[in-house]
Design a protein around this ligand. Structure first.
Ligand code: KG4
Ligand code: ZN
Length: 334
């Protein structure tokens, strides 16, 4: 069978990225231009600044990716682009680039849901096995997704308010950790002990999550201690916070594993780089006799390799778009 080369494009938030993936499984070249340094001073991503930075970067990142792969656009079979969910101005930059390339070089245009991309980042580590359960934990999403086969998604539950990554970033702000705070909180948590009493969010029998109460509990705790003139032990606070997050995620995950007789589990999204979460999820899967895969650390956060990989399976499932394809800031994974 002829090899298929997919060009993936990701620009939904603050990373401009292009990647070339062969047959949905083998990464040829990936380039990621991150805007973290630009947004750091604002404590989060500023949408208007993000779109402008994508416009500035997009041609250079594409050129670098093709150079790295020793390929030209003529070697590409089709173009996969993330068309949502995400920041609309940012999405449109990647989308217009994809449409222009598809028209100019007569290539099929494949729309890819951002979360499908995060899920398929695992396919670059090990071919997905079905049926599977994906715990999606990112800056914008916290969801349990059940998949019976490739590119078929059933949402079992999700967050009712803040996403888990958003919660890490907001807690980071209160304790003086730069955006994105997740990696540093994870590091400090490993140095501390669980000494602060924090609520386990939405400790019920559903598949849903809630993180705004936990965030408020941390903010109130810090303010109360400050008012009393007490100093906060950052390591212990991070350990206590991370413990509450892990308890909430694992309780819902175990319920879904049991209810759906799951044999394969994957993590997806930026927060799946978290070592505490990986450790706990690995332990749970081993004790339950389940096979599990985590994405490569460098492809936990946004990148185009995951979009190209997902794009291959989206194409096989018949998802081909015309030039009216538009970006969507919110969009269900179906
Ligand atoms: O998946 P992603 O790039 O963005 C969305 O699609 O939403 O995830 C970014 C999020 C940020 O909130 C960041 O703080 C979090 O992932 N993150 C982490 C870790 N590394 C990144 N959170 C916890 N622990 C980490 N090690
Ligand atoms: Zn993402």
């Amino acid at each position: 069978m002829k090899d298929i080369y997919i060009l993936g494009i990701e620009s939904s938030c603050d990373e401009t990225s292009f990647s070339i993936v062969k047959n949905g499984i083998e990464e040829i070249a990936t380039v990621i231009s991150s805007q973290i340094d630009i947004h750091k001073d604002y404590g989060g991503v500023v949408p208007e600044i993000a779109s402008r930075a994508h416009v500035k970067n997009v041609t250079f990142v594409l050129e670098e990716c093709l150079l790295k792969a020793h390929m030209t656009m003529n070697d590409i079979d089709f173009i996969a682009v993330c068309n949502g969910p995400g920041l609309i101005g940012s999405l449109l930059v990647g989308l217009e680039t994809a449409k222009t390339l598809a028209w100019l070089y007569h290539k099929p245009l494949i729309p890819v849901h951002h979360i499908a991309g995060h899920i398929y980042a695992n396919n670059l580590v090990k071919r997905l096995s079905f049926p599977l359960l994906s715990l999606v934990i990112s800056g914008g999403h916290t969801e349990l997704i059940y998949m019976e086969k490739d590119y078929s998604f059933i949402k079992l539950g999700g967050t009712l308010d803040d996403a888990v990554g958003e919660c890490y970033d907001k807690v980071g702000k209160v304790v003086g950790i730069d955006y994105p705070a997740g990696p540093m909180i994870d590091k400090l948590a490993h140095l501390g002990e669980i000494t602060y009493q924090l609520p386990i969010p939405l400790n019920d029998n559903s598949y849903n999550f809630s993180f705004s109460g936990l965030k408020s509990a941390v903010i109130n705790l810090v303010h109360n201690e400050e008012q009393k003139g007490n100093s906060i032990n950052k390591e212990n606070l991070c350990a206590s916070f991370q413990h509450a997050v892990i308890e909430s995620l694992s309780k819902k995950m175990i319920k879904a594993i049991n209810d759906y007789h799951i044999k394969n589990l994957i993590l997806a999204g930026g927060v799946s780089a978290n070592l505490g979460i990986r450790e706990k999820v690995g332990d749970i899967c081993e004790s339950m006799g389940i096979s599990y895969t985590f994405p490569n650390i460098k492809y936990c956060t946004d990148n185009a390799a995951m979009i190209a990989t997902a794009g291959y399976y989206a194409y096989l499932a018949g998802h081909v778009a015309d030039y009216s394809l538009n970006g969507k800031s919110s969009m269900e994974l179906e």
